[in-house]
Design a protein around this ligand. Structure first.
Ligand SMILES: *Cc1c(COP(=O)(O)O)cnc(C)c1O
Length: 491
């Protein structure tokens, strides 16, 4: 069994099995154009259940053969130009290369003595991101598992910095289009059910700052304490960007923490054409970025950045075996980047302990493609969304909600012959399901004003306007078929 351990003796074996695995996935990607096969849970579950986990195959080739049946053939492929559903991206090759390296070396980024250069690489990328945001000289941050965790940590810091320890008095303000992780975080942080104040959005799905000002004033008048204002830079459904400069001004006026959730919009940080859409983000106290959304990185790759490094102390706990205090030790690595002889233990800043070296993927990406290269890809999908909006707006079969700032389109099929909104809801839902079952394309769904809408999240630069037009044709076909059947029954 030792032969399965990766070490100097098995390096050749590792090389062979990884090469074979890479070969298979590369062939899969090269020959799979459709995003999905349409397999159902009922069809696939018996295949997975039939595997006897107590009878190993012993051999990587055999396990890869088996994997074709249980996973690879029927996976959902984000590299397909007709995968248009959620905030998932096709990944760039340098990042996948980084993934192969980081899991083989298996550094853990909690302490310097488990990572060495890995820690320094992560810190460089945190500094690089903070600089792109414009957070100033005292900024810091840490990589996380995703936007959910980044938002949780940011709000934890905001809670600890708040002007009261009476949790029942704390209020968080975010738009009605903000991500549900804001609510989830509030609950995890022990705040009351009323803690998150939902601020209405304007026609473009951006937070109404007049309403925010009124709610902040009301909060103060009622003797409550504003803990944080969460501005979303790229809402999950609409890609809308809240008015960051105005929100920053209000946060300053009411002396409250400003968090910017740029999980989706962070790609603008490297966009050669659209960086200005994030103007005002530099005023934030904390920022969430999901590189695994708009930087074309494999899951997981995310970070939380803070304006003031000192606030990260709220995540610091010590263990004698891991990161004993004081952290200043004899024999520290050479001082650089403000380390001043202390041992850089990233666990002091993180909610996690053992932690993947996800930063390496972004590092390889920047070293191979450069920031502009990534930003150009994001610009391409934003351009595509703008073209898709033109298509939808000119198409009498569809109602489209907002002209996109980023790369989502929310729309609804509206048949000429039917006016019953419930039936139209069902036709749209049916079209989405039927499309998924066909495997020809994958689109998402959401609700707008209580009505069923459909959504394209465009993150694949390979998708064309022809793909969008073709998928709209397929949706119309499925919806019409449903209406045909149901109108016959109804009459
Ligand atoms: C995706 C998203 C999140 C959550 O990020 P995960 O990486 O999925 O945990 C948070 N906020 C916004 C605006 C998002 O789009």
């Amino acid at each position: 069994m030792r032969s399965h351990l990766l070490n100097d003796m098995t390096a050749e074996r590792y090389r062979r099995s990884v090469t074979e695995g890479v070969e298979r996935v590369a062939n899969r990607l090269a020959t799979t154009r459709r995003p999905f096969t349409g397999v159902t849970p009922d069809e696939l579950a018996p295949v997975v259940s039939a595997i006897d986990l107590d009878r190993p195959l012993g051999d990587a080739s055999a396990a890869l053969d088996e994997l074709e049946d249980v996973y690879l053939r029927d996976a959902v492929y984000f590299h397909s130009p007709r995968y248009l559903a959620h905030l998932n991206c096709p990944v760039v090759i340098p990042a996948v290369l980084g993934e192969a390296v980081l899991s083989a070396v298996n550094s853990s980024l909690d302490t310097w003595d488990q990572s060495a250069g890995g820690t320094l690489i992560e810190r460089r990328l945190i500094d690089w991101t903070a600089q792109r945001i414009g957070l100033g000289p005292a900024a810091d941050g840490v990589f996380t598992s995703g936007g959910t965790q980044s938002n949780l940590q940011a709000l934890l810091l905001a809670r600890q910095e708040a002007k009261t320890t009476d949790l029942a008095k704390l209020r968080i303000f975010s738009s009605e289009c903000s991500h549900f992780s804001v609510q989830k975080s509030a609950t995890l942080l022990g705040l009351g059910p009323e803690a998150v104040v939902s601020i209405p959005v304007d026609r473009d799905k951006r937070m109404q700052t007049v309403a925010l000002a009124a709610e902040l004033e009301r909060c103060r008048a009622e003797g409550l304490v504003p803990m944080a204002v969460v501005a979303t830079a790229g809402t999950t459904d609409f890609g809308s960007i809240d008015p960051l400069p105005e929100i920053a001004e209000l946060a300053g006026l009411y002396e409250t923490w400003m968090h910017v959730d740029a999980a989706y919009g962070c790609g603008l940080l490297v966009s050669p054409a659209r960086r200005h859409l994030l103007d005002g983000i530099e005023h934030a106290d904390s920022v969430t970025v999901d590189y695994h959304k708009s930087f074309f990185q494999p899951v997981s790759s995310s970070a939380v950045l803070v304006r003031d490094a000192a606030t990260l102390r709220h995540a610091t706990y010590h263990a004698d075996y891991l990161n004993p205090r004081p952290t200043v030790e004899v024999g520290a690595p050479p001082a650089s980047g403000g380390l001043r002889g202390s041992i850089p233990n990233q666990v002091d800043k993180s909610l996690q302990t053992t932690r993947r070296f996800d930063a390496l993927k972004l590092w390889m990406t920047l070293r191979v493609m450069g920031a502009d290269g990534v930003g150009q890809l994001f610009d391409e999908v934003c351009d595509l969304a703008a073209a898709g909006w033109e298509l939808l707006a000119a198409d009498p079969r569809y109602d489209v909600v907002v002209r996109p700032q980023l790369s989502t389109l929310v729309y609804r099929y509206i048949p000429r012959s039917v006016t019953d909104p419930v039936l139209i809801d069902r036709a749209n839902l049916h079209a989405r399901k039927a499309l998924f079952a066909s495997g020809e394309a994958v689109v998402a769904g959401t609700k707008v004003g209580g009505r069923q809408y459909l959504k394209f999240t465009l993150l694949n630069p390979e998708t064309t306007t022809e793909d969008i037009a073709a998928v709209l044709g397929l949706i119309a076909g499925h919806a019409e078929q449903f209406l045909g059947e149901n109108l016959v029954h109804a009459s």
